[in-house]
Write a protein that binds this ligand. Structure first.
Ligand SMILES: [Zn+2]
Length: 307
């Protein structure tokens, strides 16, 4: 059986696994994302090495490495253009660095796009085309699969709908602008807003989470307002994306939906009420099957070495 090594590099954690041609995830490893570049590269190297040995022990040596990463990747999948949440420099030649240490060919792909490709391969909406995947995590991850391939855009930067405008001059966003959708419906900014407006997290909690905001919303108007802003922003963003792209399926996933499961219906109801009948006619909303494993599936598929 063919296998590749796969990784999901995010701002909070990094995951690594061996992925088979059936897209089974084996030997998963997870670490907190290191703060500095050399520790980050050393962790990548040691985790990939351990998994390469595991593949050999299973009698199915890995053919390549696929990496789904936060940030924007240069066309060609060799260089991270920029990734504000990872300890890498502008135009980081990550593929070359990993190849030098592991001796296997490396392909990089944006994480949202990898997740969309993974869901297209074996999610609940597998084979739906176009397939739009939206992940409400610490930030907003998005990917569009069009004619069986991830849509890239002219400079490989397509998909940043989280940083389009929800409220001009609204809340500050990690991108440096104000009022982006992400500032209202991603988990990181929602929790930061709860901390700013309410101070320390509820008793028994280490920090604010979307689940804690949801639990507090029944008795605290500030938490209720955070949720209402989230529902409006998420609904408007998804409805706008559907009108723009006319997808066959929308896959919704991410930690915000885990912390506040009612959000899924709020988003669907908004889209059903807003989008035109012709856009809704063949559109289905489905949950993510893979969640963060979808990134591992898609990054593995992107290597082109599994089939
Ligand atoms: Zn932004």
């Amino acid at each position: 059986m063919k296998t590749v090594l796969s990784a999901d590099l995010g701002g909070t954690k990094c995951r690594f696994a061996l992925v088979t041609e059936d897209l089974a995830v084996i030997g998963e490893r997870q670490i907190p994302t290191p703060d500095d570049r050399s520790a980050f590269l050393a962790e990548l190297s040691s985790n990939f090495s351990a998994l390469r040995e595991l593949a050999v022990e299973h009698g199915m040596p890995a053919q390549a490495i696929g990496i789904g990463t936060a940030g924007v990747v240069h066309r060609g999948g060799r260089i991270i253009d920029y990734a504000p949440n990872l300890p890498v420099e502008k135009d980081c030649a990550l593929a070359e660095a990993i190849e030098a240490s592991l001796g296997l060919p490396v392909t990089l792909i944006n994480d949202g796009r990898a997740a969309a490709l993974g869901e297209y391969r074996q999610g609940y909406a597998s084979g739906s085309d176009p397939l739009l995947a939206l992940f409400f995590g610490t930030g907003i991850g998005i990917g569009l699969v069009l004619e069986s391939a991830p849509y890239a855009g002219v400079s490989n930067a397509a998909g940043e709908i989280g940083h389009t405008i929800f409220r001009p001059d609204g809340l500050p966003c990690v991108c440096g602008r104000r009022g982006c959708y992400e500032a209202y419906c991603a988990g990181g900014p929602m929790c930061a807003r709860a901390l700013q407006e309410l101070g320390h997290p509820p008793e028994g909690e280490q920090s604010w989470s979307v689940g804690a905001i949801r639990a507090a919303a029944a008795r605290d108007a500030r938490c209720a307002a955070i949720l209402e802003d989230c529902a409006l922003a998420a609904g408007a963003m998804v409805a706008s994306a559907c009108m723009l792209l006319n997808p066959q399926a929308v896959v919704l996933g991410g930690g915000v939906l885990k912390g506040w499961p009612e959000l899924r219906k709020r988003i669907e109801d908004f889209a059903q009420g807003w989008c035109s009948p012709v856009v809704l006619r063949e559109l289905s909303f489905v949950p993510s099957l893979g969640e963060s494993d979808a990134i591992l599936w898609g990054a593995a598929a992107e290597t082109g070495k599994l089939w």
